[in-house]
Design a protein around this ligand. Sequence first.
Ligand SMILES: Nc1ncnc2c1ncn2[C@@H]1O[C@H](COP(=O)(O)OP(=O)(O)O)[C@@H](O)[C@H]1O
Ligand SMILES: [Mg+2]
Length: 264
Amino acid sequence: MRLLLPACARALRLRLRPGAPRPAPRMAGCSGDASCTPDKPLTNDGKKKTLICIEGNIASGKTTCLDYFAKTTSIEVLTEPVAKWRNVHGHNLLGLMYQDSSRWGITLQTYVQLTMLDQHTRPMISPIRMMERSIHSAKNIFVENLYRSGRMPEVDYFVLTEWFEWIKKNIDVSVDLIVYLQTSPETCYERLKRRCRKEEKIIPVEYLQAIHELYEEWLIKQTLFNVSCPVLVIEADHDMQKMIEKYEENRDRILTPYSLRQCL
Ligand SMILES: Nc1ncnc2c1ncn2[C@@H]1O[C@H](COP(=O)(O)OP(=O)(O)O)[C@@H](O)[C@H]1O
Ligand SMILES: [Mg+2]
């Protein structure tokens, strides 16, 4: 497990190895980036609201992680709106995209951007919300992959990019902490086959490898796009029992990103 800081704080990056003595987490202050300023609405009791996004490859264990925290805490949990993507007035857009991504990529990604925006802007009931993926990974990983692999025309990419930039500038879609479930593409491939979601049957391991590389570029190397919140990296190739141990080990770090900031 390790905690990565935003690009603006790379000099103070903290890496934790399993079993190593754990220093008090350190974070650097950021400037000039709205996402680094905890300028979020307040709850009734005056506390800041916190958004934690669980990120990772397809079948890396994100929903399982959310289910675990939903069962063991009182936080609010939003899973990925896959059901909506599978039924747009009777059309299975997710299925169409996997069958012919060159034709349906832009259609699905436009809808994903909308449904993710809906999740980010939905009023928070509880002081902490945990969300599966985000509008940021939709764009930085999945749109990027379609474009790079030549399955999304440049003009579609630019239209989605302009929408995304407009949204980030005008609407609060900031995130307080990204928890990156880091897996190997092969582990995801095994889990995906066991999960047996019908649309996913045609996904080759190469697709998972491409998504993995983009996640690593975005969240580990931080060379792809700006990362404007801390990233907690949890190795997630392990079995369920071990993953639960890891979630417990990291419970405080995950659920109190603001107190991490205050440790500085
Ligand atoms: N640590 C794990 N070990 C083995 N199987 C797992 C583990 N975590 C999740 N799974 C299984 O892998 C599949 C994908 O998990 P899921 O949480 O749905 O992934 P995601 O939401 O990231 O796509 C599910 O069938 C789930 O039960
Ligand atoms: Mg899921």
